[in-house]
Design a protein. Structure first.
Length: 76
């Protein structure tokens, strides 16, 4: 997987391992931060709920995890 982030990880696992990814969820208006379901919902499920393309989300999360900043504009 190019991004290094498994889509079957939960949102909570991603945020715990790569805190800089929080900015991606915020910019996409995904209420994942502080959500009671974050420890349970996978990235696949979160993308589906919010109508976000999974490949785009994974790409942004991968960039944020590598850069450690979460910076960058959201992509379609």
């Amino acid at each position: 997987m190019p991004t290094g982030i498994d889509p079957m990880l939960t949102v909570g696992e991603v945020l715990a391992r790569w805190p800089a990814t929080a900015g991606v969820f915020v910019r996409r208006c995904m209420a994942c931060l502080g959500c009671a379901m974050a420890p349970f919902d996978t990235l696949v499920e979160a993308a589906t709920v919010y109508g976000v393309r999974l490949d785009s989300l994974l790409g942004e999360l991968g960039e944020a995890s590598q850069a450690g900043t979460g910076a960058g504009a959201p992509r379609g």
